[in-house]
Design a binder for this molecule. Structure first.
Ligand code: SAM
Length: 268
């Protein structure tokens, strides 16, 4: 797991630096022009959510679907965003929960936390806190959170069972899970799973729909649904794995539309 974390951290540190210096990131979104902030709009955010954010926060968007579509956030709720990156989902959530609520963003990468904190300052929100840590060891007490959100992060973990049990631990009874993540929708060649550049860009480590449902069930969550939304074409996947030459034409063809950005919900 240490090796995976190091590779993932290296990748997102570099992206955070790119966003900070050049003003544009590289996404995991299914848009054919990966690396465009437009991808965020393609993955169905509400215009009014986006227009309330500083432009710099939009540029830092690296998600794969819109978890707010599921979250149904209410005033006064406590929310945790796992792998909060540049902070876009935390800042959107901060408006829904209002001054009596609280939104935590958790990320392991210092450069992403710095980006998120500068976006927080630009938006001048007082109900947001970014925490440094791992999604496999959430630094919050038991039963302290109403809603756990996440956008395109759990696929990156080397211990997804631990992530699910940590989600269950921090959720209050009746608390909700509302996440976007990449899933695989059919079997793909094992060779695809071994390409590091496809792992760090959120593809190769993804669970199948059934594995996702099983891990959430094992953690104790109920009312589970996993709904694939945006499918990844072979061209997008080849763009993300461009530095790898080991895969054959046939293997790439088998990966075509085998992965999708999905919306996942559950209740404790
Ligand atoms: C694909 S980006 C998504 C960022 C954000 N959710 C968004 O939609 O823009 C993945 C983020 O998760 C963080 N991350 C990946 N694995 C993590 C782990 N095991 N613990 C904590 N953070 C992690 C990375 O540092 C990075 O900021």
């Amino acid at each position: 797991m240490k090796k995976i974390r190091e590779e993932v951290q290296k990748h997102y540190r570099e992206i955070a630096r790119q966003i900070s210096t050049e003003g544009q990131g590289c996404c995991c979104g299914p848009s054919s022009s990966c690396c465009s902030p437009i991808t965020r709009i393609d993955i169905n955010y509400q215009d009014e959510d986006l227009s309330a954010l500083p432009a710099e926060a939009l540029k830092a968007s690296l998600g794969c679907a819109n978890p707010h579509a599921l979250a149904g956030l209410k005033e006064g709720e406590t929310v945790l965003d796992l792998g909060s990156g540049g902070g876009i989902d935390v800042l959107v959530a901060s408006r829904y929960v209002g001054p009596t609520g609280k939104v935590y963003g958790l990320d392991m990468t210092d450069e992403m936390l710095a980006l998120a904190n500068s976006n927080k300052e630009r938006m001048e929100v007082a109900n947001v806190e970014f925490l440094k840590g791992y999604i496999e060891e959430i630094p919050l007490p038991d039963e302290s959170v109403d809603v756990v959100m996440s956008n395109c992060v759990i696929n990156l973990s080397g211990d997804k069972g631990k992530v699910m049990s940590e989600i269950y631990r921090v959720l209050k009874p009746g608390g909700r899970l509302a996440i976007a993540d990449i899933v695989s929708t059919r079997e793909v060649p094992a060779e695809i799973r071994q390409v590091t550049s496809l792992w760090v860009s959120c593809i190769a480590g993804s669970l199948s729909v059934r594995e996702y449902e099983e891990l959430l069930t094992q953690a104790g969550l109920k009312q589970i649904s996993v709904t694939p939304e945006n499918y990844y074409t072979r061209e997008v996947l080849q763009g993300l794995g461009a530095d790898d030459t080991s895969l054959t034409e046939e293997q790439w063809a088998m990966a075509d539309a085998a992965f999708a950005g999905a919306l996942i919900k559950a209740v404790k």
